[in-house]
Design a protein around this ligand. Structure first.
Ligand code: AMP
Length: 407
């Protein structure tokens, strides 16, 4: 199938050609026809599947086809709400690229920076607004943004919205949206709370599109696990970076403190690396991300929340320095590499007390991750249950996936 078969308008086809897209990804192939027919959509898909284009393209096409005389002031007709600043910027960049030849305008708003330049762009008039929840409600409260004319509403990464404690913000938003609208709801995972939330947003006859995690991971990413003691992890990391010498590496750490420590130890070993996480200022995060995207920074260490939305084409390697205790997080992490048909490598470090997490992950992705034993730091000790908060050991227990994250 090609984008032509999806009956896209010429200006969009031209923009996609510019981006070098030849074929729609599975989610695009499935979702775009439904959306062009004005259906509501529940999409289970993670980033890396091409879901942004799957929702952005039909919205751009609808607004373009409905455009009226160009002299009246533009009103916000589409609203995309997403949990993090990085993701918001990424989505707005995609809208800009796909709408390049349509004359439509978008802007992006997020917290942590002064509002003046965001307000100035809004005042010039935009068709599409991409926003994180807090800043959106803030500017609505100040009377700067009205949702009165919204015809298209996208809630992106709904599971992370809940994880990050945005549920009340979302509820406040929903009551301000016009009843007559097309709604799109995306989430990588679909626990009960998410299905319930989707029921308050979507019309009853919504369509569902599901791109399974194993489809996104197994086919595209070469996965491997190294059994290694906690103390040896940093040595193994340095050795792998030197030996494999990939062009770009994203290292995941469970905590902000851990991320800083990894960077410090890598620097000490003569490897330049930087960290991004919630304690860094927005400008520092953006500067680090920019040098990573441009290739001047090769090793980036990130926490899960900070890494959401990092879209680096051809990211060569993902390293899970700590294995996540929520299996879906593993899928999110390794989805950073092997994006849109590029093959990638995902290596996980697994200490004795993380083996139960590995088993949960293998259950979710329905495959065994090959264990690499041929290395200097192989830890052949028996599995240990994970450490309890107080320092003692306990039986492994799965945490609740939907509580406010401390990361
Ligand atoms: P997303 O899941 O929206 O974050 O997209 C993941 C990556 O795939 C981004 O870098 C997109 O630019 C890229 N992408 C999206 N659709 C296509 C396509 N049809 N062909 C090639 N690359 C694509």
């Amino acid at each position: 199938m090609t984008f032509k078969d999806l009956q896209l308008i010429e200006p969009i086809q031209k923009a996609l050609k510019n981006k070098g897209y030849v074929q729609p990804t599975p989610i695009q192939e499935q979702a775009i026809p439904y959306l062009l027919h004005h259906n509501d959509l529940l999409g289970s898909a993670q980033t890396g599947t091409g879901k942004t284009a799957a929702f952005a393209i039909p919205i751009i096409q609808h607004i373009y086809n409905d455009r009226k005389d160009s002299h009246s002031k533009r009103k916000i007709k589409a609203l995309v709400v997403t949990p993090t600043r990085e993701l918001a910027i990424q989505i707005a960049d995609n809208f800009t690229a796909y709408a390049k030849y349509t004359g439509l305008r978008n802007t992006v708003i997020f917290g942590g920076v002064k509002q003046a330049s965001q307000v100035a762009k809004l005042k010039q008039g935009v068709d599409v607004l991409v926003a994180t929840p807090g800043r959106l409600l803030d500017l609505m409260g100040q009377g700067i943004i009205s949702l009165r004319d919204i015809q298209y509403f996208v809630l992106d990464e709904a599971d992370h919205m809940l994880d990050m404690g945005f549920i009340h913000d979302i509820k406040k938003l929903l009551v301000k949206l016009p009843q007559q609208r097309q709604s799109l709801f995306f989430s990588a995972t679909m626990p009960k709370a998410i299905i319930e939330l989707s029921g308050t947003i979507l019309k009853k006859n919504y369509k569902r599109v599901s791109i399974k995690p194993q489809q996104a991971t197994a086919e595209l990413v070469n996965q491997a696990v190294y059994f290694v003691s906690k103390n040896d992890k940093i040595k193994l990391l340095a050795a792998l970076i030197i030996e494999k010498n990939p062009s770009s590496i994203l290292v995941f750490s469970r905590t902000k403190h851990g991320a800083n420590k990894i960077v410090k130890l890598l620097n000490k070993a003569g490897i330049s690396a930087e960290a991004i996480h919630g304690n860094k200022s927005q400008s520092a995060r953006q500067k680090t991300l920019k040098s990573f995207k441009e290739g001047s920074l090769k090793v980036l260490v990130a926490t899960d929340i900070a890494a959401r939305g990092i879209d680096v084409s051809k990211l060569a390697m993902v390293i899970n320095y700590d294995l996540p205790n929520i299996s879906e997080t593993y899928v999110h992490r390794i989805g950073r590499t092997g994006r849109a048909k590029e093959s990638g490598i995902a290596i996980s470090f697994c200490a004795a007390d993380e083996r139960s997490f590995l088993r949960d992950i293998e259950k979710l992705i329905k495959q065994k991750v090959p264990v690499i034993t041929e290395h200097d730091y192989h830890d052949s000790s028996k599995e240990l249950p994970p450490l309890k908060q107080g320092g003692g050991r306990s039986r492994p227990k799965r945490p609740q996936s939907h509580k406010r994250s401390k990361r």
